[in-house]
Design a binder for this molecule. Structure first.
Ligand SMILES: [Ca+2]
Ligand SMILES: [Ca+2]
Length: 181
């Protein structure tokens, strides 16, 4: 049954199956591939591991694997293996210039550089607008927030300077500076 269906070898000593089309194959499997004793073999039932990561569908004289999304049929046609999207599309091809593609089973993920993120329904890493996101928490208080690719900056009005953490503006104490010397 093994040699007449998906098998390449059989038995404890792993004896090679006769190749389809040869005389030996015809003797073993007179009705051809997919049949044993002139009856169709349901490969999906006989071989429980068929079409792993997919669904096995029996047909007369054969079977097909319908692979889950993100998987493709392997070279032997018996299992679905993960598609490496990163290899196919290139390391930054899928995730953009500011991301790195990481292959995962059934899909892929983008690891984004700091200041970048993956937005819903988009795959590439795009800039985080810190000004919009952190407006409620008072980012650049006392000044104006300017979004930049991968970062942001606070622009302070005359007479003000940036706090050391770069997240707000503070008044310059001119009197303190002058009387200090
Ligand atoms: Ca994948
Ligand atoms: Ca930004």
């Amino acid at each position: 049954m093994c040699c007449c269906t998906i098998g390449e070898a059989w038995g404890h000593r792993c004896e090679q199956c006769p190749r389809p089309g040869t005389k030996a194959f015809k003797e073993l499997c007179p009705k051809g591939s997919g049949f044993v004793d002139f009856a169709d073999v349901n490969e999906c039932l006989v071989f429980p591991d068929m079409c792993i990561n997919g669904r096995c569908k029996n047909s007369v004289g054969g079977y097909t694997c319908r692979c889950n999304q993100g998987y493709a049929i392997d070279e032997h046609g018996v299992a679905c293996s993960d598609i490496n999207e990163c290899d196919i599309l290139g390391k930054s091809g899928v995730c953009g210039a500011n991301g790195t593609c990481v292959n995962v089973p059934g899909g892929f993920e983008c690891e984004c550089a700091e200041g970048f993120e993956v937005k819903p329904l988009m795959q590439a890493c795009t800039d985080v607008d810190e000004c919009e996101r952190e407006a409620a928490s008072g980012l650049c208080r006392g000044g104006r927030c300017v979004n930049t690719p991968g970062a942001f900056r606070c622009e302070c009005p005359p007479g003000h300077e940036l706090e050391v953490d770069g997240r707000s503006c503070k008044d310059i104490d001119e009197c303190g500076i002058n009387s200090g010397t």
